[in-house]
Design a protein around this ligand. Sequence first.
Ligand SMILES: Cc1ncc(COP(=O)(O)O)c(C=O)c1O
Length: 457
Amino acid sequence: MANDHSLRVYDSILGLLCNEENPTPLVRLNKVIPFEHTQVYGKLEWFNPFGAVKDRVAASLIEDAEQRKILEPGKKLVEATSGNTGLGMAMIGNQKGYPLQTPLSQAIPLEKRTVLRFFGADVVELDDTLCPAPGAPEGAIARAHDKAKTDPEFEILDQYANEANPAAHYRTTGPEIWRQTEGKVTHFVAGLGTCGTITGNGRFLKQKQKTIQVLGVYPEEGHDIPGVRSQRQLAQTKLYFPDEYDQQIEVTNRDAYDMCLRLNREESIVAGPSSGMALVGALRLVPDEPGNIVVVIFPDDIFKYASSILRHFPELSPPEVPGTDSSAPSSNDLFLAKLLENLKNPHDSVRVKDLDEELRAAEKPLVVDVRILSDYSEMHVPGSVNIPQDDLAGRAGELPQDRDAPIVMVCNIGRFSKHTVLHLKSMGYRNVRSMKGGLNEWVRKGLPTESTTVAAS
Ligand SMILES: Cc1ncc(COP(=O)(O)O)c(C=O)c1O
């Protein structure tokens, strides 16, 4: 049987990949819209076969690479991803016989990392990307390039630079929107990640009708919205073409998550956090005028984001029932999180400039770098020693005997070093601090670093 969209009968799951004949739904929003005239539609991208807008991109990247003969049976894929591209690639790879390795940040929700492993992907977890490592500003991306360069079995298709990413939208999403709105769309709105969505749709729609407004929405710095990138992070994305977009706007975590909740509760649309963000931006940028028809891309659904929900709405945590095991943060977890937050105080942390001065004095503190060895070898505070966080308990003998000895803990962004400060305090160390902002801040302030050459094995 051939694929038949009217009956929804398919030869294989790949037949469900969306295009003009088989579009994702466009659903009008009715309750969360403050407008009298302007109509706003969400395009529900989780109706793609593997659950996100990125299925289109994964398919396009793989097809393009096959056509260019850089991807052939026996090859493996390596790709940096915030999860969704990886999920699509892993599943298309399963169908076509390309195993996937994906380096990604531990900041990506556990749900996505677990499902990627469930799909068979080799997930390499890094402690960055929403907060990248210094010198390797795109930790996961750099790691993926490195793998492809050093291991001929692996091919990187690089969604951050590959024109096959926007081309997926130029070929499918854009024509779908044009057809679904009967050419009446006036505004197109998307969150900005790799920028494939805005760039590909923008190019197609403007070619159809050059007055269509193409609007980009990005999150605040230090955001917690997987898949999208702050203004600083966008500067490193090769498919970000601001001249092609009419306007851009920043949205806070709080506003994005609040709108995401409203979409679910008031519109009964199971949209995820980046959909909330894009809609907030749309409502701020588009005026209320007769004839306005706005299409906002809703990239994926809320089911992958239980852990993000609990961070932003801790009141939704399940009540603790004695004797039961829950994966939600307990009141104890929240208390411990508060302790870590408290460590930002000026007694338990030190600013990079101050540490730099302390290190010039005769009585200098011992600087302990708690990142993995390869990161430490690449770049570290001069004179610091390396004891990765996971090894601290086993290598306690390398710490000073004297519980009053001054010690400063260092990581990439000052988050994991706080964990290790707490660890040392629990061992009785009275003069232990974390370096604020981590090595990222040290580098940003132009302070010197050292590297260690590790013999190749
Ligand atoms: C959940 C989510 N929202 C938004 C985006 C942004 O899309 P794009 O990468 O095309 O800019 C992505 C991309 O990864 C995503 O996964």
